[in-house]
Design a protein around this ligand. Sequence first.
Ligand code: TNX
Length: 507
Amino acid sequence: MRIRVVLVSLVLVTCGVSAPARAVVSFGAVVPAPVSSVPASGVTYQITSSASVYSDVPGTGDLLAQQLRRSTGYPVPIASAPPADGISLRLTGAPGGDEAYQLDVTAAAITISANKPAGLFYGVQTLRQLLPPTADSPTVQPGPWQVPGGRIVDQPRYAYRGAMLDVARHFFPLSAVERYVDQIALYKINVLHLHLSDDQGWRIVIDSWPRLATYGGSTAVGGDPGGYYTKAQYQELVAYAAARSVTIIPEIDMPGHTNAALASYADLNCNGVAPPLYTGTDVGFSSLCVSKEITYTFVDQVLGELAAITPGPYLHLGGDEASSTSAADYKTFMNRVQPLAHGKTVIGWHDIVNATPLPSTVAQYWGTSTRNAAVAGAGRKVIMSPASRAYLDMKYNRRTPLGQTWAGVIEVRDAYGWDPATFLSGLPSSQVLGVEAPLWTETIRTGADIDYMAFPRLPALAELGWSPQSTHDWTAFKSRLAAQGPRWRVMGVNYYHSTQISWPAGS
Ligand code: TNX
């Protein structure tokens, strides 16, 4: 009996939430790397049962207090004035723009100051990483809850720091998408691009074309269950994301990748015949009918309904891999639909440069080459998602059970080792709006699969989007990334244990 107790506790110490998850975190262990981080040696602040949270704005302070209540078990009330002992979120300014913040940890208190609520949110995400990993636990854990002392002054390199989730090839329920929002927000990603339609499924209710969701949404790759979001669910997601400083960008892919729509409405087909629903993984076989007027009524109504429930500034119109649309038709079509974005700015996959992009249209570069004169030219804004670096659906190595290899295999070091400002030759760095990490889901079926492909590469991409190029350093990144392992373990993130990273024991 005694031996068994000893064994059980040994197993708990080595496999459970063990020492690395409770230790005082190093002040430098933050991903993405802050602009400036100065530790105060020997200083720590300890969250105790008397700590409270004060915030100049509602929202972020509540999220922080809720998290601390869950993991510490302390009451962590919301204070009505900055507390002597606790955490204060103040709109008293910070060097930089709307997303900038300053974090001060002294032995007496923690203060985050910012110009705007977004800055306070990012200050809190940094603070979360300075707390012991167990502070991210959904259940009460033993303390002590120490935060290393010092000052961080921080602001992002790029305004656009995105993640994309393909909910068309496989459908993910709202809870899984919200979980992904939580995960990306911790790394200061501020955009979630939802790929809402493709050959295999249509995932959002459009009232004027109801069969898109009810019929076109009924399938997924491999015959897996389909599904779609109601407008109320989509709006719930938009609000959930907004509370975490994440803007939702919906994508309706066109004129290709449209079999689910073509199957739902025979009229959208040039020959008037609806094709069967599709559950394979080929691309490039479907096209909206460029010569029919009803096509543009359809696009206008779909985009109108979507724009009405999307407060963010962008609509993504896809435009990729339209290999069943002639070059002339592609141009006619993309030129006609860009003005139908109901006041939103259009984003298109970079293939859109084969049409005539509006001056405001943003091109999302997904190529593998470092040369593409047509994308680089003409002064347009570009989102960098080079498939050989930023695609989260590529395998880590040949043995990775999930994912594809058409753009190569992408280990953590490959995901981290490039510069969005210089990757595409000839593209002036002033035209780079930011970076985005797409996760296509032909082979991705569950939340655990999303975790595995996104972690740890998504934080690498997040760092390229947030941190100044002067902080770029693989060796330093590796050790900061390793410190996230115990946190992901506590959060139940099914991350890939890359052998390039020295994960702390037990994580
Ligand atoms: C290419 S990238 C696609 C997607 C696939 C992806 C798989 C892009 C704009 N189109 O349709 O899902 O490859 O990696």
